[in-house]
Each structure stands twice: as structure tokens, then as C-alpha cells.
Design a protein around this ligand. Structure first.
Ligand SMILES: Cc1cc2nc3c(=O)[nH]c(=O)nc-3n(C[C@H](O)[C@H](O)[C@H](O)COP(=O)(O)OP(=O)(O)OC[C@H]3O[C@@H](n4cnc5c(N)ncnc54)[C@H](O)[C@@H]3O)c2cc1C
Length: 433
């Protein structure tokens, strides 16, 4: 039976980073991956350029049932730490916006960095291997190993007995530490599996129900008929979820989580960065709230004593202000058609204009659902943080079992935060496993 110190399941962002950290400590480290190549998701990330971190990463940029859980790992492996690695490998990069760092050339640079560091740390990667079962080692089999992996520094704890045994299509492997880095459910065609969640259930570890996040929203057939012929139009909005404790619009603006980015109308609903961001907070049955003219008083010009106050004047006001365009003309016209109060006189009263202004800044729309895991960038929820030690990612109940990356109930905003969590949680585990 093969014996290692650290066996990592999943050769994605978190698994490879953990292998580097563990391998550098001289731990005999093996990564198992069921796909025929490692890091597939890294290669498609950030539109092929991998938004590998965000300089402004803070615990507030993550969703989790325990908002404090990520603090320790994030503080001990920072965006600057990953950037130092990128620079050491002479990978050209740029800051796109809001602290988001991308490769100049391609996401291959990040994958090559990870693979080179794995090789330098003598961490082995075995591809095209299926995991059949995971069980606790029945006893401490000193001298069990008939085939062991070499360790560069020879300081791996060979004397420590394995705690878990993994059956694979290439035979059983005994390990002292088992790190689960199999990711979430998003993009099944890239090899996503529920393996991590199933394993957690097998060991009776609690899960926060997984759900698609950073995902486009789908509208009801009625709303699709109202809006979706405007496919391709986009505009700058602020989005919140009025029913969510973090994003409730009843909260003062200064303290609530709200996103100001582009909204995009799609042929089935709403997308664009602002919708992906707010989708992580959205739950079925809740409306989302959009401010279509952030920071502007659109109807103010119509209140001047000699100003026209008819729907056509309102439509013009909604298209642009003295400081620039507001809504694309077709969207402005459609929104007004569906939101203008009826007037007998053709003139909009002060109350009608005030109502329009209010609705413009708090337009509520009820999504029918999401585009699901097929289009979701990440899976929110996952292995409950209550089951894990925040410093090491090790299970409280099953010594030697670790969970890292997306499989854990820690989900980042759009903008490089999810990779930063993958790196940070991986290093936390790799320094302990
Ligand atoms: C289209 C897209 C673009 C993205 N762009 C960005 C971005 O630019 N910046 C950012 O921060 N985040 C981005 N993300 C999110 C980011 O890719 C993930 O958060 C991150 O990859 C999670 O890392 P992980 O190692 O936990 O999981 P993964 O990267 O998903 O790795 C899991 C690995 O485990 C393997 N695996 C799964 N099941 C098994 C099994 N049963 N046995 C063996 N192996 C298994 C998988 O094949 C995979 O290699 C993007 C996601 C998508 C889908």
C-alpha cells in the first residue's frame, strides 16, 4: 500500500497550493485528481486571464454562516504573499479595476507557477484517478509502506501512523492527513462533483446547503416578455437584496452591503457583474432592488416652474442628465412605459414625479430563479465552518481530515476573492497537515 503524509484530493487552485505548502515542509505529499489535467478552472478563470487575487481582500468580501471564520487564514496568507510568488515567477500582471489583479498574458501562467512550485516542493500529482472510498485507518501500521513517496528534506513524519485510507482506481493509499480540495458544484462539465459534500456527510459533518452563486438571474415569463427583448443593453446600477440582513435597503447606506456595477439584460433575465455579485445574497422568493440612477435626482429638472412635465420630458430626463447619460434610450422608455402613473391631463403632478423618483432608486424585481450551476462561477454554502479549525482547516471531529477552498462555506465576491480564499485556506492547511 502506498503511504504518504499528506494526501490532497483535487488538483485545482486550493489543492495545488496546499501541496506546495505541505511539500515545502518536507511532508511526503500526493495530489489525486480525477480529470486528465490539473487546474482546469484556473485556465478558464477571469476570461482566460485569471483574476488571481484582489489587493483589497478583507473578511467583509466573503459570505459565510460564520463571517469571522476566514479572518485567520486570510491574515496569514495575503494578496501580497501571492503577488510575491507571481513576481518571483516573472509573470506580467496588471490591476484591472478595484484591486483586481489579472495576468497580462494568460491564466496558463498561474497554473504553470503552481505546477513548478509543486515540482520544486517535491509534491506529486497523479491525474485520471478516481476516489472509491475513504475510511479511517484501522490501526497504526508502522512499516505499512511498501511504496512511499520521497520527501525532499527527509523530514516528513514517516514515523507517524496513517489516520485515513483512500481507495482509488490505482490502489489504496494510507495517509496521515487527508485534505479535501474538490471544489464546489459549479460548471459540472469542467469536472465538478459533490465529492467533498458526500465525504462530509459520510463523517457526519454539518453542511450549509450548497447553492449556485455569482450566477445570472432568470426572470418570470411575464417579466421576460417585459424586458428581455432588450437583450444586450447594459447600465450602471446599485443592487441590494432588501430581505437580506447584509444588504437590506432599510439599513443606512454606509453600513449595508451594496454593489455598484454594470447590469446586463440577457435573453432570459439579468446578468452583468452587479447581478452576479447580488446573486450570492439572493434567495428564491425574494426581490432584488436596483437603483437605476445612483446619486442622481432625475426628475428635478421637471420641477422647475416653466419646465415641461409630460411623459416625453420624463423620458428625456431618464436618458441623460447634465452630468452624462443615465439609461440607454430603449431601457429608459420601457421602464417609463411600465412605471408611469396614469394622468388624465398628460401632466405629471409633484406627487407623481416624487413617486417616479422613488421607484427609480428602489426598483424591485422578483427573479424566478438562477441559471444554476451550469453558469455559476462558484458554489456558496458547503462544509460548515463550525466543523473546522479556522487556523488549520482541520475537522474538529475527524483528526487528520481537512477541507479547503470552495468546498468550505466561505464564498468570495466577484473580483479575485475566491482565488485568494483558495490560496489562503490551502496554505493554512498545508502548514498544518
Ligand atoms: C468561469 C469561471 C471563472 C472564474 N474566474 C475567477 C477569477 O477570475 N477569480 C477568482 O477569484 N475566482 C474565479 N472563479 C472561481 C474560482 O475558479 C474557484 O473559486 C476556485 O477555482 C476554487 O478552487 P478549488 O481548488 O477550491 O476548486 P476547483 O478549482 O474547482 O478545483 C477542484 C478540483 O477537484 C477536482 N475534483 C472534483 N471532484 C473530484 C473527485 N471526486 N476526485 C478527484 N478530483 C476531483 C476537480 O476536477 C478540480 O480539479 C471562476 C470560476 C468560474 C467557473
Amino acid at each position: 500500500m502506498t503511504q504518504v503524509d499528506v494526501l490532497i484530493l483535487g488538483a485545482g487552485a486550493a489543492g495545488l497550493m496546499c501541496a506546495i505548502a505541505a511539500g515545502r515542509r518536507g511532508r511526503r505529499t500526493l495530489v489525486l485528481e480525477h480529470a486528465e489535467r490539473p487546474g482546469k478552472k484556473i485556465l478558464i478563470s477571469g476570461g482566460g486571464r485569471c483574476n488571481f487575487t484582489n489587493l483589497h481582500t478583507a473578511p467583509e468580501n466573503f459570505l459565510s454562516a460564520n463571517p469571522h471564520f476566514a479572518k485567520s487564514a486570510l491574515a496569514r496568507f495575503t494578496p501580497q504573499d501571492f503577488l510575491a510568488l507571481v513576481e518571483r515567477h516573472r509573470i506580467p500582471w496588471h490591476e484591472k479595476t478595484l484591486g483586481q489583479l489579472f495576468c497580462d498574458r494568460s491564466a496558463h501562467d498561474i497554473l504553470n507557477l503552481l505546477l513548478a512550485e509543486c515540482a520544486a516542493a517535491n509534491a506529486h500529482i497523479q491525474l485520471s484517478t478516481r476516489i472509491l472510498s475513504v475510511t479511517r485507518a484501522p490501526f497504526a501500521p508502522i512499516g505499512l509502506s511498501s511504496r512511499t513517496l520521497s520527501s525532499p528534506k527527509g523530514e516528513g513524519s514517516a514515523s507517524l501512523p496513517p489516520r485515513l485510507v483512500v481507495e482509488t482506481t490505482t490502489g489504496p493509499i494510507a495517509t496521515q492527513s487527508l485534505v479535501v480540495a474538490t471544489g464546489g458544484l459549479s460548471i459540472p462539465k469542467m469536472g465538478a462533483t459533490p465529492f467533498g459534500y458526500d465525504l462530509a456527510r459520510q463523517f457526519s459533518l454539518a453542511l450549509v446547503e450548497p447553492r449556485p452563486a455569482l450566477v445570472p438571474l432568470v426572470l418570470s415569463p411575464e417579466d421576460q416578455a417585459r424586458w428581455c427583448d432588450l437583450t444586450g443593453l447594459s447600465t450602471d446600477v446599485v443592487a441590494t437584496v432588501p430581505g437580506h440582513p447584509e444588504t437590506a435597503s432599510a439599513k443606512p447606506r454606509a453600513v449595508r452591503t451594496a454593489f455598484r456595477e454594470k447590469l446586463l439584460i440577457t435573453h432570459r433575465g439579468l446578468s452583468g457583474p452587479v447581478i452576479l455579485q447580488i446573486s450570492s445574497y439572493w434567495r428564491p422568493g425574494e426581490p432584488i432592488e436596483l437603483d437605476l440612477a445612483p446619486g442622481l435626482n432625475v426628475t428635478a429638472p421637471l420641477l422647475h416652474p416653466h419646465a415641461r412635465r409630460d411623459p416625453a420630458a420624463a423620458a428625456l430626463a431618464l436618458r441623460s442628465s447634465p452630468s452624462g447619460p443615465i439609461l440607454p434610450a430603449r431601457l429608459a422608455d420601457r421602464w417609463l412605459t411600465l412605471n408611469l402613473p396614469a394622468t388624465d391631463t398628460g401632466t405629471l403632478s409633484n406627487a407623481a414625479l416624487a413617486g417616479l423618483e422613488r421607484r427609480l432608486h428602489a426598483w424591485r424585481i422578483l427573479p424566478a430563479g438562477t441559471e444554476g450551476y451550469a453558469k455559476a462561477e462558484v458554489t456558496a454554502g458547503g462544509v460548515s465552518t463550525g466543523e473546522l479549525d479556522a487556523r488549520t482547516m482541520q475537522s474538529h471531529r475527524v483528526p487528520g481530515l481537512y477541507f479547503i477552498g470552495e468546498v468550505v462555506d466561505v464564498t468570495g465576491w466577484l473580483g479575485g476573492y475566491n482565488f485568494q480564499w483558495a490560496w489562503a485556506s490551502a496554505v493554512a492547511a498545508g502548514q498544518s497537515a
